[in-house]
Design a binder for this molecule. Structure first.
Ligand SMILES: NC(=O)c1ccc[n+]([C@@H]2O[C@H](COP(=O)([O-])OP(=O)(O)OC[C@H]3O[C@@H](n4cnc5c(N)ncnc54)[C@H](O)[C@@H]3O)[C@@H](O)[C@H]2O)c1
Ligand SMILES: O=P(O)(O)OC[C@H](O)CO
Length: 339
């Protein structure tokens, strides 16, 4: 069965990625309403046709309008995109639940695993909105918001249980600079997006300590190995981790100075405390700082070894000195590469 390609789309959350993805949808021909938490952000988008707080200097198209009123944004929406930080998704969605159009698909842009429940974002959405997994989709991949806002060529993944929904959203978001692929492995795609933030923190810490590309490549490669192990335990398709939502996003995030996670790790490696590193982020969220704990707990629950994730958790939350991280990792028992 074909799912209708949505024309009117509400994007809830007007931060970096919410705004950039709203622009993608508008450039793909949708009528997009971007919903900001703060009135001044919505007003700035309306009056200046840009979002100076999150994407300064990026012109936004006329078929992208903004409001701070979720009811106005959601009225008549044929698809709803959720673009808020992962640890805030539950509370935000609870406040929007009664306004959600009854049949509209719900699309997650968030990359994280919820603290406490250890749920992936699509699971949180199904639970809070009271909808089946067939109405939920995920957009993920090597998608640094600023590069996409500047229309640099990028591929992405639309993952959904329902192949017709994935196809409809793929059509709804394809532009000359943004090429989404479909994928039915929602579990693997979401794990790839959440876990790479933690490995990017590790790469940032290594960079802050003055280590070079061998260390970064080691963390990326062994990071991918531990992400894939968790994926296997949770029933993901192993191929996903070799794709855009796995290796692709891992490489982009671990390598880019635009990554909030890598940048945050760099501050820790350079000697900042967690509080100082958070303050320097000016309200921008490095998702891995919280997800390192939920992912570690998820791995422990499933008997999966994730030593890099464990070390990042210990640096962020248990006082392990960044410099001691290398000896903690290299001092582990010797083993075969594929074991
Ligand atoms: N920025 C990127 O390059 C990028 C790319 C892909 C995915 N993502 C993911 O998308 C999600 C959103 O990221 P973003 O870059 O748009 O974040 P951001 O920090 O730039 O913006 C967050 C938005 O959520 C709103 N919000 C609502 N409740 C909030 C709360 N309690 N605390 C903080 N903000 C709250 C903010 O007002 C803001 O509009 C994250 O899960 C992130 O990992 C980001
Ligand atoms: O800036 P980061 O570290 O949250 O990463 C942004 C995106 O997830 C990259 O795909």
């Amino acid at each position: 069965m074909n799912a209708p390609v949505p024309h009117r789309v509400a994007v809830l959350g007007a931060g970096s990625w919410g705004t950039a993805f709203a622009k993608v949808l508008a450039d793909a021909g949708r009528e997009v309403v971007l919903c900001a938490r703060r009135t001044e952000v919505a007003e700035a988008v309306t009056t200046s046709r840009s979002n100076p707080d999150y994407l300064p200097g990026v012109p936004l198209p006329a078929n992208l309008t903004a409001t701070a009123d979720p009811e106005a944004a959601l009225r008549g929406a044929e698809a709803v995109v959720l673009a808020v930080p992962s640890q805030t998704l539950r509370a935000n969605l609870e406040s929007w639940r009664s306004l959600l159009p009854p049949a509209a698909p719900l699309v997650s842009l968030a990359k994280g695993v919820e603290l406490g429940s250890l749920k992936r974002m699509s699971e949180v959405i199904s639970e809070v909105a009271g909808v089946g997994g067939d109405r939920v989709a995920v957009v993920t991949g090597p998608n640094l918001a600023k590069e996409i806002a500047d229309e640099q060529p990028t591929a992405s993944v639309v993952a959904a249980e329902d192949p017709a929904l994935a196809l409809a959203l793929q059509r709804a978001s394809s532009t000359g600079y943004f090429r989404p692929y479909t994928n039915s492995d929602v579990v693997g795609c979401e794990l790839g997006g959440a876990c790479k933030n933690v490995i990017a923190l590790a790469c940032g810490i290594a960079g802050g300590l003055g280590f070079g590309e061998n260390t970064a490549a080691t963390l990326i490669t062994r990071g991918l190995a531990e992400i894939a192990r968790l994926g296997a335990a949770l029933g993901a398709d192993p191929q996903t981790f070799a794709g855009l939502a796995g290796m692709g996003d891992l490489v982009a995030t671990c390598s880019s100075p635009l990554s909030r996670n890598r940048t945050f790790g760099g501050r820790l490696g350079g000697g900042a405390t967690l509080t100082e590193a958070t303050a320097a982020g000016n309200g921008q969220v490095a998702e891995g700082v919280k997800s390192c704990s939920s992912i570690r707990e998820l791995a422990m629950r499933h008997g999966v070894e994730m030593p890099i994730t464990d070390a990042v958790h210990r640096v962020c939350h248990e006082g392990l000195a960044p410099r001691a991280m290398a000896s903690a990792l290299l001092g582990r028992a010797r083993k075969a590469e594929w074991s």
